[in-house]
Design a protein around this ligand. Structure first.
Ligand SMILES: Cc1cc2nc3c(=O)[nH]c(=O)nc-3n(C[C@H](O)[C@H](O)[C@H](O)COP(=O)(O)O)c2cc1C
Length: 388
């Protein structure tokens, strides 16, 4: 399974094409729209989120509510493109109009300046439009298709915020994936500890008043994972490594960890390894899940626990100093639009990219043309694993 996304932040539409989803997967626009809505929500998001209310349109690969095995094309219309017709026009326009919304003051922490240098632009809007996190809309759409596939195989994903701008959220122990999902869905800041809700919202309000921004850490968990996805035989087949790439590819994500993650560097081996147990009912299990579901780049059947760190949003209403690329004079950076935080939304994107990599991996190990064929192969594998 492979996919590409296309589209600009203020262009007419965003597009994704996915190839390799088996035929027969029940799929509706509603499955996708629900996650698109979650990506647009979360406490602390601003006006564009209200304008957009994204809706996906399938233009290929789905017929009568089921996938056909053909490439799936999904489009999301950018509703505010109507106000950007000249500025984003594919046809050449008069120079007088070109200077409208031209960007010559690059924003620190964004792709503006380096993109301009690299592609030789005199208007940094060309970098901004594609590097914008608006693109993550389509990664969420692709992830929603992947999640539908995983759900058919009894795999479940959830995400929640575990650190909000330095404030650690104390997570109750032994929550199931379903409980995490349910609790995070009830929270406007996507946390599982309701007692901290008001404090975090007040904090976001304060950051907004200060004209500043915050990042944090989001966690994705996956339950029902078959043993043996990924492989140790080649560096680029290690599934934890593939997930790491996917997570750090999300705009503003700067690092990733599994299970105990960096904490493992502070502990002794006896406090890190997950002891192996066996029972007739469950087959092989582990006493703990410190390694986040991975050994040797392969899934070990424990829930996958992966965390990503998001830097604070770079666009500040208290703008930072920059340089005009035409005059080289110091200037305040351009403010396109911004929010104090996008962490809850970023968690939705992270869950989507994790689900996508897992669906790719499943389809690599259990290559199938049809969903029933895939289900049979996975069920057979689970049976084998349990009795090994
Ligand atoms: C869901 C999401 C929403 C974002 N929203 C904004 C935003 O409103 N303003 C902004 O300046 N950056 C936002 N970002 C971050 C930028 O897109 C990102 O920092 C920038 O493209 C530079 O890429 P880099 O941080 O990966 O180096 C957002 C990121 C995500 C994941």
């Amino acid at each position: 399974m492979r996919y590409l996304t296309a589209g600009e932040s203020h262009g007419p539409r965003l597009t994704a094409i996915i190839e390799g989803i088996p035929a027969g997967l029940p799929l509706t626009a509603e499955d996708i729209n629900e996650d698109l809505k979650r990506r647009q929500g979360g406490y602390g998001r601003g006006d564009r989120m209200k304008i957009e209310s994204d809706q996906v349109v399938f233009t290929s690969g789905v017929r009568h509510g089921k996938t056909t095995g053909a490439p799936i094309t999904m489009d999301v219309i950018n509703k505010d493109h109507q106000k950007w017709l000249d500025i984003m026009s594919a046809e050449d326009i008069e120079d007088r109009l070109k200077s409208k919304r031209k960007i010559t003051h690059p924003r620190p922490g964004h792709a503006d300046l380096v993109g301009g240098i690299k592609y030789r632009f005199d208007d940094l809007r060309n970098s901004l439009e594609r590097s914008s996190a608006r693109e993550t809309t389509m990664r969420v759409a692709v992830g929603a298709v992947a999640k539908r596939l995983l759900a058919e195989l009894n795999m479940e994903t959830a995400n929640h915020v575990v650190v909000f701008g330095g404030k650690e959220i104390d997570v109750p122990e032994n929550l199931t994936v379903a409980e995490i999902k349910e609790r995070a869905a009830q929270s406007e800041v996507s946390i599982v500890n309701q007692e901290r809700e008001q404090e975090i919202k007040d904090y976001i309000d304060q950051i907004k008043r200060d004209g500043d921004t915050i990042g944090g850490v989001v966690e994705t968990v996956v339950g029902g994972v078959p043993v043996g996805l990924g492989s140790y035989v080649q560096w680029d087949r290690k599934l934890d490594a593939r997930l790491a790439q996917a997570v750090v590819s999300i705009n503003a994500f700067k690092g990733v960890e599994f299970g105990l993650g960096f904490e493992a560097g502070y502990r002794k081996g006896s406090q890190v390894m997950d002891e192996i147990l066996w029972s007739e009912e469950d087959g092989y299990t582990r006493r703990t899940n410190n390694l986040g579901g991975f050994e040797g780049g392969m899934t070990n059947g424990q829930p996958i626990v992966v965390r990503g760190v998001m830097k604070p949003i770079p666009t500040l209403y208290k703008p930072l100093m920059s340089v005009d690329i035409e005059t080289h004079e110091p200037y305040k950076a351009t403010v396109e639009r911004s929010d104090p935080t996008a962490l809850p939304a970023a968690g939705v994107v992270m869950e989507a990219v994790v689900a996508t990599v897992l669906a790719q991996e499943i389809l690599e190990k259990f290559s199938s043309d049809n969903l029933e064929e895939l289900k049979e192969a996975v069920a057979k594998h689970r049976d084998y694993t349990k009795n090994y």
